[in-house]
Ligand binder design. Structure first.
Ligand SMILES: Nc1ncnc2c1ncn2[C@@H]1O[C@H](COP(=O)(O)OP(=O)(O)OP(=O)(O)O)[C@@H](O)[C@H]1O
Ligand SMILES: [Mg+2]
Length: 265
């Protein structure tokens, strides 16, 4: 029988991304590929350029150089709205929730469902938003007593879950999470990791930035290591956790570098 596998472009491809902040070369020409339904772990020491690279992919920063391809098509993002239209959503390091609003309002923040549109005045459809949020939380197995709870009353893990749910609410194809497990209890970390597995099972492609190498190991398919604004390693996650950790750390601290030849020549 003929093989039925189609050659499919990666869902995301970044080529030669550069970004400077004044004299700081935050990104010096980074390539990154994300395959369909893959969980990619992005690691590196502080200031390596991880958040900057993902802000380029989510439209928050415009790169100084380099190209972005979504399913093989070149795109240019000048705002997070542009990236959202391509199905790319980012959960920020500080998760940017509105504390004084309830869970449903946070999930719909910035894109509230309007029931009646009377000229410029819309009446928000709270019932619809609450129902949709309930379904979403159920589908993602997120345990929160009521979607009417104000976010300020939630635990850190629940807040992170709401931030992730919000990013996935509108059929995001690519979900980027910046440090989703930082500052969470062990039990809450497990829940966030389960949520990532649920999203993957639902077909999403995911990039996670984390300093917690064990989290990357447990949910990731592949890892990319950045150091000083360059990619120094890109490989599948395999072997036992100790080998994995040693390998990651060797690249993070600069003891190893797979792409050094261009600077050696
Ligand atoms: N908005 C900005 N203005 C000026 N410099 C910035 C800005 N954002 C990032 N930088 C600089 O770019 C470099 C890369 O920062 P980035 O936040 O991408 O690192 P990171 O790998 O996410 O680090 P961390 O693990 O600490 O979050 C750092 O030197 C940082 O100071
Ligand atoms: Mg960061």
């Amino acid at each position: 029988m003929e093989s039925t596998t189609r050659t499919r472009s990666p869902i995301v491809e970044l080529r030669g991304i550069k970004k400077n902040f004044g004299a700081v070369q935050a990104l010096r020409g980074v390539d990154l590929m994300l395959n369909h339904n893959e969980v990619l772990g992005l690691v590196g020491d502080n200031a390596a350029g991880k958040s900057t690279l993902m802000k380029v992919l989510s439209g928050a920063y415009i790169p100084d150089d380099g190209k972005i391809f979504i399913e093989g098509r070149e795109v240019r993002f000048s705002s997070p709205m542009d990236a959202r239209r391509e199905g790319i959503e980012m959960v920020y390091q500080d998760y940017a929730l509105a504390d004084n609003l309830n869970v449903a309002a946070n999930v719909f923040l910035g894109r509230e469902a309007v029931r009646l549109k009377l000229g410029p005045i819309g009446v928000m459809d709270h019932h619809y938003m609450e129902q949709e949020t309930k379904h979403l939380l159920k589908r993602l197995k997120i345990n929160i007593a009521s979607v009417r709870l104000k976010v300020e009353r939630l635990s850190g893990g629940q807040r992170q879950a709401v931030a992730i749910a919000r990013a996935t609410a509108f059929d995001a194809k690519v979900i980027i999470m910046d440090e989703p497990t930082a500052a969470l209890s062990v039990a809450a970390i497990e829940k966030v990791l389960d949520l990532i597995r649920t999203l993957k099972a639902g077909g999403a492609s995911i990039i996670i930035i984390s300093h917690r190498l064990e989290d990357i190991y447990h949910v990731g398919d592949r890892m990319i290591v950045l150091r000083h604004g360059r990619k120094v390693h890109d490989s599948p996650i395999e072997g036992d956790i100790h080998e994995f950790r040693e390998r990651a750390v060797a690249y993070m601290v600069g003891a190893r570098d797979d792409f050094r030849e261009e600077t050696l020549a």
